[in-house]
Design a binder for this molecule. Structure first.
Ligand code: NAX
Length: 320
């Protein structure tokens, strides 16, 4: 039997984890011969609720789940983990300004950075504002290489993949090289210019640039709100699924003629994006895809998303 992989997860009693933890424990992510141990972090008032989630994990009798560690102290809970998925974050409450939300979350990530300040762990930041939270984490964990940290953009990519396949009336597997650029927010940009459908440029197949620039882009940017309005709750199962995809992207070779999106540290980028942000780029085999060209429209939008991230960084400056 292999040694268990130790997976840290924060926000364990929340909606996304109610799907995520069960997928990891079932073996869906790391394979049917890889035992896993779950290290689940929650805030103190929610630990009772987390006990219920743990009972359900036990009641699944997952053969691969070797151990569950829970608690509210990141140093203890994340001790010895190989991979950490930081889902827990403070939501925006009624009347709260965005600047306050950024600062409240920055405090959480400063704290968790101290528990992850070594080079033995990879960290995927999901809790919003995910890109700026990842930046705060890196600035406060000098021994954690920036290459070991990503912010999640894969849900946005998956949303774009589905919309393109629906419009082109082809299976989703025919749609390739779809990356989103910028922030995980409504300023994100789907790069339809370099996307490919059934081996041809997406623009040639769809032949409706107005739709690509307008309705399509907006649909992807606003999809989170659309789900929230319909369900009365924010995206959870699709977010958990995107977390699994993000970790596969990171740990497995990229399929031929394809790439994926991830928020990575922007140092040394060739796109003239500020060099201290977590910014979503196209990635292949864990390397940024360089040399892409965009039309003026897309380039302008990408610069707007960069500007938003710079403003977010300014608002958490005291935590950097
Ligand atoms: P929930 O509010 O259902 O759950 C969040 C959980 O995190 C709560 O149980 C809370 O107690 C816990 N938590 C808060 N602060 C914590 C801390 N310091 N340490 C440990 N746990 C803590 O939210 P859920 O729907 O699960 O979403 C979680 C986060 O993911 C949100 O910030 C959300 O905005 C973000 N998302 C990010 C996405 C992305 O693509 N990057 C997509 C999905 C999602 O919207």
């Amino acid at each position: 039997m292999k040694k268990p992989l130790r997976i840290g997860v924060s926000g364990g009693a929340g909606q996304i984890c109610y799907s995520l933890l069960f997928s990891i424990a079932s073996g869906r992510l790391f394979g049917e011969d890889q035992p896993v141990a779950l290290h689940i972090l929650e805030v103190t008032p929610v630990l009772d609720k987390l006990t219920g989630v743990v009972m359900e994990l036990h009641d699944c009798a997952f053969p691969l789940l070797s151990e569950i560690v829970t608690g509210d102290d990141p140093h203890r809970v994340f001790h010895g983990v190989d991979f950490v998925i930081l889902v827990g974050a403070k939501p925006r409450s009624k009347g709260m300004e965005r600047a306050d939300l950024l600062q409240e979350n920055a405090k959480i990530f400063v704290d968790q950075a101290k528990a992850l300040n070594h080079n033995q762990v990879k960290v995927l930041v999901v809790g919003n504002p995910a890109n700026t939270n990842a930046l705060v984490l890196c600035h406060n964990a000098a021994d954690l290489p920036v290459e070991n940290v990503r912010s999640m953009m894969r849900l946005d990519q998956n949303r774009a993949l589905f919309q393109l396949s629906k419009r082109a009336k082809v299976p989703v597997t025919e749609v390739k090289q779809v990356a989103v650029f910028g922030n995980h927010s409504p300023t994100m940009v789907v790069d339809y210019h370099n996307a490919v459908i059934s081996g041809k440029p997406a623009q040639e197949v769809i032949r409706d640039d107005a739709w690509l620039r307008g309705e399509f882009m907006m649909k992807v940017q606003q999809r989170g709100g659309e789900v929230l309005n319909a369900r009365g709750l924010s995206s959870a199962a699709s977010a958990a699924n995107a977390i699994l995809d993000s970790i596969r992207d990171w740990t497995q070779p990229t399929a031929k003629n394809d790439w994926y999106s991830a928020g990575i540290h922007s140092k040394d980028n060739p796109y003239e994006i500020d060099d201290d942000l977590f910014f979503s780029f196209a990635m292949r085999d864990n390397k940024r895809v360089d040399g892409l060209n965009w039309d003026e429209e897309l380039h302008g939008r990408i610069k707007k998303s960069e500007h938003e991230l710079i403003q977010e960084r300014d608002q958490v400056r005291k935590y950097l």
